[in-house]
Ligand binder design. Sequence first.
Ligand SMILES: O=c1[nH]cc([C@@H]2O[C@H](COP(=O)(O)O)[C@@H](O)[C@H]2O)c(=O)[nH]1
Length: 341
Amino acid sequence: MADSRLAILSRHFTSAAADCKAGSGSFGQNLGWIKISPEVSEALKHGTPIVALESTIISHGMPYPQNFETAKELEVIVRENGAVPATIAILDGIPCIGLTTEELEILARLGSKARKAASRDIALVMAGRENGATTVSATMYLASKVGIPVFVTGGIGGVHRHGENTMDVSSDLTELGNTPVAVISAGIKSILDIPRTLEYLETQRVTVAAYRTDEFPAFFTQTSGCKAPARVESPEHCARVIDANIRLEQKSGILIAVPIPREHSASGSLIESAIQQALQEAREKKITGNAETPFLLARVNELTGGASLASNIALVKNNASIGAKIAVSLAQLQKRSYNRL
Ligand SMILES: O=c1[nH]cc([C@@H]2O[C@H](COP(=O)(O)O)[C@@H](O)[C@H]2O)c(=O)[nH]1
């Protein structure tokens, strides 16, 4: 129900934002564990569309200074499309919803010195007063805590190749099964096992749809050889799916997979052979667990002479523009429902 959605939003807002005395940047007495930027706090209060953005992509996904430039550009794109950006990270042990440019730069310069923080790591990073770059799972969790239903990233984690033996399955997938946030991504990299990832998402009750295509995209390439479980046609269509998920009070999330724009996917086969080589090297060097994705991303970028980084940046920007339009449509839909009450 729209009213319950609004009630949830307002509960989240009053408990997290108001108690945090959002706007002053100081911490509240009750829930003094999270900091919401004044701009995001205002947007939450007024039902202005917001797009959550993750921070592992900044620290571990790209090198400095391209990571800093991209992080700033993503926020500009979100704004140009009518939404408020909320980059999420943990700074000095405090989960932050909405970062200043200075904070974005701190994270970008820290790179892999920041801890790659998945959901399970949030408590550890807080307790240790560390800096944590949030992955898809941790960003989803924190976004949902404050009532942000739309989140843009590049790619999500998945079932790793040979996952049937190693059990290496990203917690992004289980978080998607447990947290009602819509993740807008370019699909899943072919460094992962895409068919098994789609199976696992089904098991987790995650709604998965590809944007204006029948095929599930593979991050650097528009195609993966896997049929998408469903297809969505427009930001309005995505917003209706998200709105329905909220009305149903589903606990699970939504994955919207947006193919990389064709002009940036040209180097797909070059990237694919680099991926094969990087996977081989990871096996030889016995690089596993949460170190594997950053290793593969960096190595593929080296092997492609920077082409993969350029594609990566292009697809995230495309996702940011579509994600912001989805957030705008969703906010309009919810306002219309609210006005009818
Ligand atoms: O193309 C990318 N895929 C994944 C990541 C990051 O890696 C995380 C998944 O890591 P793992 O496979 O260790 O769960 C994602 O949530 C995201 O933050 C990234 O930067 N770029």
